[in-house]
Write a protein that binds this ligand. Structure first.
Ligand SMILES: *[C@@H]1O[C@H](CO)[C@@H](O)[C@H](O)[C@H]1NC(C)=O
Ligand SMILES: *[C@@H]1O[C@H](CO)[C@@H](O)[C@H](O)[C@H]1NC(C)=O
Ligand SMILES: *[C@@H]1O[C@H](CO)[C@@H](O)[C@H](O)[C@H]1NC(C)=O
Ligand SMILES: *[C@@H]1O[C@H](CO)[C@@H](O)[C@H](O)[C@H]1NC(C)=O
Ligand SMILES: *[C@@H]1O[C@H](CO)[C@@H](O)[C@H](O)[C@H]1NC(C)=O
Ligand SMILES: *[C@@H]1O[C@H](CO)[C@@H](O)[C@H](O)[C@H]1NC(C)=O
Ligand SMILES: *[C@@H]1O[C@H](CO)[C@@H](O)[C@H](O)[C@H]1NC(C)=O
Ligand SMILES: *[C@@H]1O[C@H](CO)[C@@H](O)[C@H](O)[C@H]1NC(C)=O
Ligand SMILES: *[C@@H]1O[C@H](CO)[C@@H](O)[C@H](O)[C@H]1NC(C)=O
Ligand SMILES: *[C@@H]1O[C@H](CO)[C@@H](O)[C@H](O)[C@H]1NC(C)=O
Ligand SMILES: *[C@@H]1O[C@H](CO)[C@@H](O)[C@H](O)[C@H]1NC(C)=O
Ligand SMILES: *[C@@H]1O[C@H](CO)[C@@H](O)[C@H](O)[C@H]1NC(C)=O
Length: 507
């Protein structure tokens, strides 16, 4: 005690106050300080169900051997503290601010809560901090702005509210900021344009109102996630200047205006573009065939109009396209069948007309085909659709499809969801339906002109959860074997003959 006091006096005599404090602090901090800081942290843990640290962080072993702790080779101080997925409940003590050599601090996916102590602002070497998926709330502390070496700043999945403190926009080394899944609001400050090293921005699932045009100056930006916020008005056009962008998602906002024609002129690296669930209107960009790298395009649930251009056939990398819930008209372009990697197609709820293009049967990669609620789709179903070897979901409900259901459909052994209800379809169900479609989970064929008997084998589709065959002209009985399907939501299994519930009670 006396020695320490003497130490202080010595410094007080020979230093100016500011330098003195720094030197005193540095003199005192060593691996022993780190040890006591971590022991205070351990004492603040109230629950450690996986027994990650309660036993392992033992006072009889050196802290550099403790789980989650890594020390620097040269200075022998704690450099990394990674408690990610330890399942801990507890609070963060101010003593952690003494880990002055800490570079990475990953506390993500635990149940830490309470106040974030201001003393953490002393972690001047920190480059990575993640407090994601914990239980922190109230405002984001402004002292984070003093961690000036920070490259990754990650607070996703907490309950932070208020706006992003201005000090954050001083963190000029920042490469990734992840504030998704909080209750943040307000406008994003124009100063975000100062963070020119930024590569990834995640602001999704908050209540942000506005993204400033200055974002267009971030010329290293690769990923921009702003879905499920409260953005209004037109999209900041400057975004379409950032040629480094690979993923942009604005899904689930209130954005309006048209989608710029030359969207892919500058976004030549774009792989994922998601502007779905907004209020965009006008036509598809006229030359979007230039988006050569595009893997996923989602423009569903807007007010887009016009035809789906044949240029779609130029997007040869495309795996997923969702254009449902718009006002597109005209035919489904034949060229869609030129897309050799397509896995998911969503065109439901549009004013399209004509027929299902036969070219679709050439896309052997296809897994999901949503073509429901297109009332003017009024052809027979192409027979070859049943030859698609990977099809999992085929939704053709609420159309005006006519003719017989091709028997090939009841032969797609990969199918899990089959929607054929509310059309003009004829035919019967094959006797071996449940054996031929072993993965079937949802089967809707109600409100058509189907006839015949309901095959007993339907109960061999043991995954069946939802079944609707009502509003047809089936005859005979509902097979009692249906009662063997324990996952079936019985109330949905009604038919024009008899509710299945009573059948099962009789059985
Ligand atoms: C850490 O510093 C204290 C004095 O501040 C000293 O007593 C102790 O021996 C030091 N520990 C190590 C491991 O250097
Ligand atoms: C603590 O965990 C580390 C890393 O898993 C392990 O190497 C060490 O032996 C453990 N120590 C004790 C005392 O269990
Ligand atoms: C922390 O550990 C997890 C694995 O448990 C790892 O995925 C993560 O990248 C680590 N964090 C840092 C900053 O290295
Ligand atoms: C570490 O931090 C705590 C709280 O911030 C402080 O009380 C303590 O004196 C610091 N220094 C050492 C050597 O533990
Ligand atoms: C940003 O940093 C500068 C220089 O360190 C400082 O003067 C300024 O107050 C900081 N601004 C904010 C908003 O923190
Ligand atoms: C930050 O951006 C603002 C406006 O965008 C600008 O006036 C200011 O000079 C920038 N600050 C720094 C430190 O670059
Ligand atoms: C795109 O950037 C150029 C300069 O690189 C600038 O002149 C132009 O105004 C920007 N366009 C938009 C829409 O921001
Ligand atoms: C594309 O980039 C050029 C040059 O950087 C710029 O002038 C133009 O405005 C950009 N186009 C769009 C749509 O932003
Ligand atoms: C689309 O492909 C066609 C034929 O392959 C070609 O003539 C046309 O220029 C392409 N369009 C764009 C925008 O690349
Ligand atoms: C399927 O592809 C083959 C070969 O590319 C082509 O000859 C055939 O016309 C295509 N079928 C349909 C229905 O588009
Ligand atoms: C069903 O598939 C089998 C085997 O792939 C095939 O032999 C049979 O012709 C198919 N039946 C129909 C109706 O397409
Ligand atoms: C089909 O279901 C029936 C009735 O549940 C059962 O007796 C029969 O063994 C099943 N067949 C196969 C191949 O699973």
């Amino acid at each position: 005690m006396e020695r320490v006091t003497w130490f202080f006096l010595e410094y007080l005599i020979c230093c100016t106050a500011a330098i003195c404090l720094t030197m005193a602090a540095q003199t005192k901090l060593n691996i022993t300080t780190d040890r006591s800081a971590l022991l205070v942290l351990k004492a603040r843990i109230t629950s450690d169900p996986q027994n990650m640290i309660f036993i392992n962080w033992s006072t009889t072993t050196p802290i550099c051997n403790w789980v989650g702790v890594t020390c620097g080779a040269r200075h022998h101080r704690v450099a990394n503290l990674n408690l990610s997925y330890f399942g801990l409940t507890g609070t963060i003590p101010p003593e952690l601010g003494n880990l002055s050599f800490l570079v990475n601090m990953d506390f993500s996916n635990n149940n830490f809560h309470g106040i974030l102590p201001q003393k953490l602002a002393r972690l001047r070497r920190l480059k990575f901090i993640s407090l994601g998926n914990n239980k922190f709330m109230r405002v984001i502390p402004s002292w984070f702005g003093s961690l000036f070496k920070l490259q990754v700043f990650s607070l996703f999945g907490n309950q932070f509210s208020g706006s992003i403190p201005a000090t954050i926009f001083n963190l000029s080394a920042l490469q990734k900021i992840d504030l998704s899944d909080n209750q943040l609001s307000g406008r994003i400050s124009r100063e975000i344009g100062n963070l020119t090293m930024l590569k990834e921005i995640y602001l999704d699932s908050n209540n942000f109102k506005e993204i400033p045009n200055e974002i267009g100056t971030l010329n290293h930006l690769e990923k921009l996630y702003v879905q499920d916020n409260a953005l209004k008005g037109p999209i900041p056009m400057t975004i379409f200047n950032i040629s480094s962008l690979t993923i942009v998602t604005f899904y689930g906002n209130n954005l309006n205006g048209i989608i710029p024609d030359n969207i892919c002129q500058n976004l030549s690296n774009i792989q994922g573009l998601n502007l779905g669930a907004n209020q965009f209107n006008g036509p598809l960009p006229s030359i979007f065939g230039q988006c050569k790298q595009l893997l996923r395009l989602d423009l569903e649930d807007n007010s887009l109009t016009g035809k789906i251009s044949r240029e779609i056939g130029n997007l040869t990398m495309l795996k997923e396209i969702y254009l449902g819930g718009n006002n597109f008209e005209g035919p489904i372009p034949y060229e869609i069948g030129y897309l050799p990697n397509l896995e998911e197609v969503g065109l439901s709820e549009n004013n399209l007309n004509g027929h299902i293009p036969s070219s679709i049967v050439n896309i052997s990669t296809i897994k999901v085909l949503y073509l429901g609620q297109i009332e003017q789709l009024n052809s027979p179903i192409p027979y070859e659709i049943g030859y698609l070897p990977n099809l999992e979901i085929l939704a053709l409900h609420q159309n005006n499809l006519n003719g017989h259901i091709p028997s090939s459909i009841f032969n797609i052994s990969t199918i899990t969801g089959l929607g054929l209800s509310f059309s003009q379809l004829l035919g019967s169900l094959p006797a071996d339906i449940g054996l031929a479609l072993p993965k079937l989970e949802k089967f809707y064929a109600g409100a058509n002109h189907l006839s015949g008997v309901i095959p007993k084998s339907i109960s061999n589709a043991s995954e069946l959860r939802s079944l609707d065959l009502g509003g047809n002209s089936f005859s005979g009985y509902i097979p009692t074997t249906l009662c063997l399907l324990t996952n079936l939501e019985r109330q949905k299994a009604v038919n024009s003959i008899d509710p299945v519930t009573s059948t099962c009670e009789l059985a």
